[in-house]
Design a protein around this ligand. Structure first.
Ligand SMILES: *Cc1c(COP(=O)(O)O)cnc(C)c1O
Length: 366
């Protein structure tokens, strides 16, 4: 049996380090906003190349806090429109709603699965004030085009980098450092995963960083003095400690994922299957390896019968979800086609080349 993702195996090399850090924290008895959080924020900012990193409770909160901080700073007003890709995990949309703003869905490019800058341009109205680019499945969105668009229309550009830790442009600029502010999730299954919920915001904007920092800790910079109505969305000291143990493994892990993706790309030759675009460089960290095929359920069953687990990211488009009834009238044919056809193959830092070969053989027999 080839699992879709083996989190036990992924974390096994780090277990001794986790236990050591947990012992240290139990000894110190300091659990909230301590040395581990501070160390992680410094290390992750340095890794992304940004001036600031603020640890938060999860990836959704990271997005919400960026947007709420811009509202607090007067850069966004309630009711402003924010362009989001129509095909993304629903968290991207929910963050905009949670901040009192209006998400506007734009179609992706069917080749890269990422927001199509031309489709985004078509959605710009007088109320548009921001764009959230999602680096879906680990592939950087077209940030050059989106930055130019944002600059031309005076819009904020925000990255949802929850699936793209470590992805890098040809010029060596990392995800998290390609916009005004970026949101990361360290949900256990992400490329950099904690042992529970965790997230972070990266930015070079001093005012945004200070506002997010205050908002995530009850609007307080001095204990028991509350300047703004904030929330509690802190990164746990224990999760920060685990992330400090794992961060050095991120680049080798991403290299391994790219290697598996290259093996899949060279080996899969079934005309019924469309392979994902592979840029062949560091702009893709292959959080997911997503193929397309007409009879997706049939292929999934076939692979399951051959002992290969797959998943669907995502089976229902956001504008077809019950939670977003306001969007049910939208016609987004590219997004719908993607949601009907995608299938995610196993890929991970612990998947072996032999396992990839088994998957390839099965796919080529289908
Ligand atoms: C995982 C994910 C999120 C949300 O992260 P959580 O930590 O689960 O809140 C947001 N956007 C995208 C694209 C994601 O994949």
């Amino acid at each position: 049996m080839i699992p879709f993702l083996d989190l036990h195996k992924i974390n096994a090399p780090y277990e001794a380090g986790f236990r050591q850090r947990l012992d240290d924290i139990l000894q110190k008895g300091w659990f909230i906003l301590g040395d581990e959080v501070k160390a992680f924020e410094q290390k992750y900012a340095a890794y992304c190349g940004t001036k600031h990193c603020i640890g938060v409770a999860n990836g959704l909160d990271a997005l919400v806090l960026i947007l709420k901080a811009y509202v607090q700073l007067g850069r966004l007003q309630p009711g402003d429109e924010v362009i989001v890709p129509a095909n993304t995990f629903i968290a991207t949309m929910l963050s905009v709603l949670e901040a009192g703003l209006v998400p506007v869905a734009a179609e992706p490019d069917v080749k890269t699965f990422n927001l199509d800058p031309t489709a985004a341009t078509d959605k710009i109205s007088t109320k548009t004030k921001a764009i959230i680019a999602v680096h879906l499945y680990g592939q950087l969105a077209d940030m050059a085009a989106l930055s130019a668009l944002a600059e031309k229309h005076g819009l904020l550009l925000i990255e949802d980098a929850a699936q793209a830790h470590g992805a890098m442009t040809g010029a060596g600029v990392r995800a998290g450092n390609l916009s005004d502010a970026a949101a990361f999730s360290f949900y256990p299954a992400k490329n950099l995963g904690a042992l529970g919920d965790a997230g972070a915001i990266t930015t070079n904007d001093d005012a945004l960083a200070a506002t997010v920092y205050s908002l995530h800790n009850y609007g307080s910079e001095v204990k028991y003095r509350h300047d703004i109505a904030g929330t509690n969305s802190r990164l746990d000291e224990i999760q920060a400690a685990f992330l400090n143990v794992k961060l050095d493994g991120l680049d080798p892990d991403n290299d391994h994922r790219r290697n598996i993706a290259a093996i899949y790309g060279a080996g899969i030759s079934n005309p019924k299957i469309t392979l994902p675009f592979n840029p062949g460089n560091h702009s893709h960290v292959f959080h997911l390896y997503v193929i397309r095929t007409a009879d997706r359920e049939g292929l999934q069953r076939f692979l399951s019968d051959h002992g290969i687990s797959t998943q669907i990211h995502y089976p229902i488009a956001p504008h077809r979800q019950k939670a977003l009834t306001d969007w049910h009238h939208l016609s987004l044919p590219i997004t719908e086609k993607i949601h009907d056809e995608v299938l995610s193959l196993p890929i991970s830092p612990v998947m072996t080349e032999t396992e990839a070969g088994v998957v390839i053989s099965a796919l080529n027999c289908y």
